[in-house]
Ligand binder design. Structure first.
Ligand SMILES: Cc1ncc(COP(=O)(O)O)c(C=O)c1O
Length: 447
């Protein structure tokens, strides 16, 4: 039995026979998705999981940014058990229960902005984004949207129209929703303007803002744009942190044209960066926030939080059967409590150690071109050489694979980066030991 406090991974046999059998059947019966490593979980606690062959791993993916409170946080599992004894579903779309109201009040109070808000509940990130799209069109009467190259907002046809991180997401699916204009994101490491965004952040921000204004003059009327969608830190696109003043300038531009600024916190939010919302690091108040993944520590729930004045003014314009399921709402309230009771603080503290360890890798190894991120949302970019910055996905994948074989579960992101998103309950020893494993994997992959 694992406790979650294990200091380091312990690998006995890989690939194990039990894992092999499940993977074989999974491949036969389950739709092709994005499978990355042959990790087959039996039990998980905190940062640690045991696989079906008795190997002990560290999970530096948090179920792709979902279990920020750690696997099976006792507070969360207790809240789910208690609610499961009462009722499992009661169609909050058509009737009422207190948990939905309690959570909506809490979400309204913890999201930035001192204005009346409404909460739409969905089940997935993409659904929260769809809700934001529909709310924006419905309430403004405008048709167009601005989104950023490198963005990921989901894979349903509306959300997919905003997504622009990997071509595989879009290939063969056209037509997706019309009306989205993509503009460059101020990626300090690589941008189409050739600006070194670490040295010249203002110049990079100006270039992006000027580009949007240029679009407004030439091919999309600013007064017909309903919303601009952005991630505070691009996630699937490679954990890209924009310059500090970017969102201030973006918000200024949006407000000049009465455009809603939608902040997609689905991956970066819920304490991940050492603040409840990643946008807080940039000192702006967006009009709309979308959240999902970590909101209920693993139960399916998402929310779109928007100004009350922008609500749908008729019944039935938008809704979904399972949105705001009572188990998920109970889990979300317990999740917020656990985060506020110290996990967010721990994310900030451990994040500083992670930053130092990853920066050391940049200094030591020619193939580690960049390290970036905030709190426990960080990444390194693997390149052929620092000078060329040429992407190196083959070696990136090799590092991820070697780390897995040593018991550290990682995921790539962007074209050539590796992300590090452990649960926020990680302790210093676990973090340092994981960073040691990563360094060994890098050294081996370089040979
Ligand atoms: C920023 C962001 N938005 C939206 C989504 C879509 O969420 P889901 O996969 O739950 O539909 C994701 C998923 O990775 C995401 O990272």
């Amino acid at each position: 039995m694992i406790t979650g406090n294990e200091d380091k991974p312990v690998i006995k046999v890989l690939p194990g026979e039990n894992a092999k059998k499940i993977i074989e059947e999974d491949t036969k019966y389950i739709a092709n998705t994005t499978k990355a490593s042959p990790a087959v979980v039996k039990e998980a606690k905190g940062v640690v999981f045991e696989d079906v062959d008795g190997n002990i791993f560290f999970d530096f993916t948090s179920g792709v940014g979902v279990v920020n409170t750690g696997h099976c946080h006792p507070k969360v599992t207790e809240a789910i058990k208690k609610q499961a004894e009462k009722f499992l579903h009661f169609a909050g779309t058509d009737f009422y229960y207190d948990l939905q109201v309690e959570l909506a009040k809490k979400l309204s109070s913890i999201t930035p902005g001192d204005f009346d808000k409404k909460v739409y509940y969905g089940n997935s990130g993409a659904e929260a984004v769809e809700a934001a799209l529909k709310m924006a069109r419905w309430s403004t009467g405008r048709k167009f949207f601005i989104a950023f190259i490198g963005a990921f907002h989901g894979r349903t046809m509306g959300a997919l129209a905003l997504t622009a991180s990997k071509i595989v997401h879009k290939k063969k699916f056209f037509p997706w929703m019309p009306g989205v204009i993509h503009v460059p994101y101020p990626n300090p490491y690589r941008n189409p303007f050739g600006i070194d965004g670490y040295e010249e952040p203002d110049e990079l921000v100006n270039a992006v803002i000027n580009y949007i204004e240029y679009a407004f003059r030439h091919f999309v009327p600013g007064d017909e744009v309903a919303a601009v969608f952005t991630e505070p830190i691009q996630g699937e696109g490679g954990y890209i942190v924009p310059p500090k003043n970017f969102f201030k300038e973006l918000l200024k531009l949006a407000e000049e044209h009465n455009i809603l600024l939608v902040d997609d916190e689905i991956q970066a939010g819920f304490g991940r960066t050492g603040r409840m919302w990643a946008i807080e690091h940039f000192g702006v108040v967006p009009h709309v926030i979308t959240t999902a993944k970590a909101i209920a520590s693993g139960l399916p729930l998402s929310a779109c939080i928007y100004p009350a004045e922008n609500d749908f003014k008729v019944k039935g314009a938008h809704s979904t059967t399972f949105g705001g399921n009572p188990l998920a709402c109970a889990a979300a309230l317990a999740t917020i409590e656990a985060l506020e009771e110290g996990l967010i603080e721990n994310a900030a503290k451990q994040g500083e150690i992670m930053t130092r360890r990853l920066q050391e890798l940049v200094e030591k190894y020619e193939i580690v071109g960049d390290a970036r991120g905030i709190g426990l949302m960080q990444a390194i970019e693997i390149v052929k050489s620092k000078g060329s910055k040429e992407i190196n996905p083959k070696v990136r994948d090799e590092i991820v694979d070697r780390a897995f074989k040593k018991g550290l579960l990682l995921l790539g992101c962007g074209e050539s980066a590796i992300r590090f998103i452990p649960p926020l309950c990680i302790n210093e020893q676990q973090l340092n030991n994981a960073m040691d494993v990563l360094e060994e994997a890098i050294k081996e992959a370089m040979k």
